[in-house]
Design a protein around this ligand. Structure first.
Ligand SMILES: Nc1nc2c([nH]c(=O)n2[C@H]2C[C@H](O)[C@@H](COP(=O)(O)OP(=O)(O)OP(=O)(O)O)O2)c(=O)[nH]1
Length: 128
């Protein structure tokens, strides 16, 4: 099965995590962490900075790798590196997503996550 390498940004502020909702495509309406596919020749950190600029018009600093999610979707295997990030400048403007929310520990179960993200959520609760 094909492996898709993805990077995702975990941005935490005032005890809440920034999450976004897909506005189109196969996973439309699902909630996720901003990011996307690593392109050829890019490091994961470069890919994440590029995706954050494209999707949210925001410049970020990439900190430590929190987790790598391995998940089998029916059509592909997802390998998703999740990095703790912080905003350097920009307002997290929704250029591609439908909606966004800052979710606290007790609110993390209130949205419909993409299937691969469910395993990450329990780990994140311990960080908040
Ligand atoms: N960004 C992101 N993608 C996720 C998460 N969870 C999850 O299963 N995915 C999956 C959905 C997609 O199949 C894949 C990300 O690909 P994408 O479509 O966002 O990548 P991209 O921005 O490079 O998109 P494109 O140019 O191919 O349209 O990873 C998540 O939390 N964040």
């Amino acid at each position: 099965m094909e492996t898709i390498n993805v990077v995702a940004a975990i941005i935490i502020k005032n005890g809440k995590i920034f999450t976004t909702q897909r506005g189109y495509g196969k996973f439309k309406d699902g909630w996720e962490f901003p990011g996307g596919k690593i392109e050829e020749g890019e490091t994961p950190q470069e890919a994440l900075k590029r995706e954050m600029k494209e999707e949210l018009d925001t410049v970020i600093e990439v900190h430590k790798l929190l987790d790598t999610i391995e998940y089998d979707y029916p059509e592909f295997h997802l390998s998703m590196r999740c990095y703790l990030c912080s905003v350097i400048h920009g307002t997290l403007k929704l250029c591609e997503h439908k909606d966004a929310k800052w979710l606290g520990k007790d609110e993390l179960n209130s949205v419909d996550w993409l299937p691969a993200d469910i395993a990450l959520i329990e780990r994140l609760k311990r960080l908040l």
